[in-house]
Structure formats: C-alpha cells, structure tokens
Design a binder for this molecule. Structure first.
Ligand code: AMP
Ligand code: ZN
Length: 272
C-alpha cells in the first residue's frame, strides 16, 4: 500500500481533526520532515518546533534543514535553544548527568527524556492541541521488542499512534502519524520529494542495546514488522489496563506531569 494512503489511514484511526493545532517536532531528519510535509499536504493546521541541541556542525545542519522546510511549507517555526535555555549543549548536559549518575545511562535515553520534557512544556505554552513526532514502524518495533526483552511490557503502554489514558491537563497528547510506515519507505519518499533532510545520524546515537535490536529488526520484512505492531495493537487495550492504576501527578520540583513524585527530567538534572 502506498505511503500516503497508510498515512491517511493512521490519521483516520486516531481521529485527527483539521481544526486542531498540531505542533510537529522537527529534528531535521527524514521522519519528522515527511510527517510535517504530509500533514500540511492533507490540510492539517500545523506549526513546527525544533530543539537546537547545540551539537556543533550537526545541529547547524539540522536547524538549516528545518528552517528550509518550514519556509517551503509556509508554516511557523518555533525554536528552542538548549544552550540558551539550559546553560549548555546536549553533550555537556548529558556528560554531567553521566558523571553524576554513572555511565550506565545511555546517551539516547537521556536526550529522549530531556526532549520530551521540553516538548510538552513548550507545546503547552504555545497552546497547541497535539504534538506530532516522526516515530516510524521500525522505531516502534524496536521499542516494543526492547520492552518485552527487558521484561517490562507495561512500558509499551506509552506507545501507539496516539498516547492514551493520560488524563492530565498539563500533558499534551502525542501522535505518531508514521507509526505503521517502514523506515525504508520514508527514506525513499523523502528523496523522491527532494525534501530538505539531514540523512546523517546523530553523532551521539550509540545506544548499544537499540543498535543490537536494530540489527535484528533490519533483517525482518516490512510485513513481519507490520505483523509485530498489529499484534501490539491487539494487546494494546490489555496493556493499557495494566496502567490504569498509575495516576499522573505533578513533579514536586518542576510542576510538569509525572508518574512519580519527581519527574524523570528532574531526577536526571538535579537543580539543588
Ligand atoms: P529520536 O528520539 O531522535 O529518534 O526522535 C524521535 C522524534 O522526536 C523525531 O521524529 C522528531 O519528531 C522528534 N525530535 C527528535 N529530535 C528533535 C529535535 N532536536 N527537535 C524537535 N524534535 C525532535
Ligand atoms: Zn520535574
């Protein structure tokens, strides 16, 4: 099935409304670029959001690509400079966290926690209805398998093409319109459409566990990957129920929504 048809079907499934304001989290990579391109093409009300991680030349290229895309699409771009806002580049913040908490914490995991925290806060300030990210079928299969192999299928309750069961007024619903679309198809599409994309990988992305899983999933066919996520969808309701007993609180330090007294971000970045 063609990529655009699958994309539209996903939007239908999650009942996305054209009146809603959607903030697309743009990294400069192919996935989030295609997400914004297609949402705009199909008439959704979008704006872009980019976190400048201040990681030298790589970050400059990403910002450049995102600026080009937003100009091309005629959409507003909001940027957040981590150095200005948090006092250091992502490399600096990450290294200081690893010095305090030990090297066991993976680069991508730390960066992911910080990006999610920033995205939710900034999206709320901008009064948008939803955040869209570029997570694709391959990312989701990897995450799902990693959670199963780690023995924590409950973690997958946060997955899905739309976040569910989070009733908290400070939490902005996240959607993943490329949830059912394979990475290779997205790469081919972005090249065909000549979209401004940074194809090189983040220089800090060497999360060994995900790389091992990726080596395995790269050998699966698209059909097999789709089967895994269709099984996930069937299990999803049950996984959701495992979570309903968990309430969202507000972090005692930063006030952001959190499953624990202190959110993951504040546990990493000790401010006192
Ligand atoms: P990653 O965690 O790098 O695999 O990225 C997953 C998704 O998060 C991307 O598809 C984007 O939608 C979003 N994202 C990643 N990095 C950034 C960034 N620097 N600024 C804004 N959004 C980002
Ligand atoms: Zn916090």
């Amino acid at each position: 099935m063609a990529l655009e048809t699958k994309f539209k079907q996903t939007l239908k499934k999650i009942k996305l409304n054209k009146k809603e304001k959607i903030l697309v989290a743009l990294s400069g990579g192919k996935d989030s670029t295609v997400t914004a391109y297609l949402l705009k093409k199909f008439g959704y009300n979008i704006e872009g959001f980019h976190i400048n991680l201040s990681m030298g030349d790589y970050s400059k290229k990403c910002l450049d690509a995102v600026e080009k895309l937003c100009k091309q699409l005629g959409i507003k771009l909001h940027t957040y400079n981590i150095k200005n806002e948090m006092g250091g580049s992502m490399c600096y913040i990450r290294t200081s966290i690893q010095t305090t908490h030990g090297k066991g914490l993976k680069n991508c995991a730390i960066c992911g926690v910080i990006k999610k925290w920033v995205m939710n806060r900034e999206a709320r300030k901008l009064k948008v209805n939803k955040i869209a990210t570029g997570h694709n079928l391959d990312d989701e299969v990897q995450t799902f398998l990693m959670n199963i192999l780690k023995g924590s299928p409950k973690l997958s309750a946060n997955s899905g093409a739309i976040t569910q069961n989070v009733k908290n007024e400070k939490f902005i619903t996240r959607i993943k319109p490329l949830f059912y679309i394979a990475e290779d198809d997205i790469r081919a599409y972005s090249k065909k459409m000549k979209l401004p994309v940074v194809y090189e990988k983040c220089p800090c992305a060497f999360d060994s566990y995900r790389i091992q899983i990726r080596e395995f999933t790269n050998n699966l066919t698209t059909k097999e990957k789709e089967n895994i996520m269709q099984n996930f969808d069937k299990l999803s309701d049950k996984i959701q129920k495992l979570k309903t007993s968990e309430e969202l609180h507000y972090c005692e330090k930063c006030g952001e929504p959190s499953r624990n007294k202190i959110c993951k971000m504040c546990q990493l970045v000790k401010k006192d």
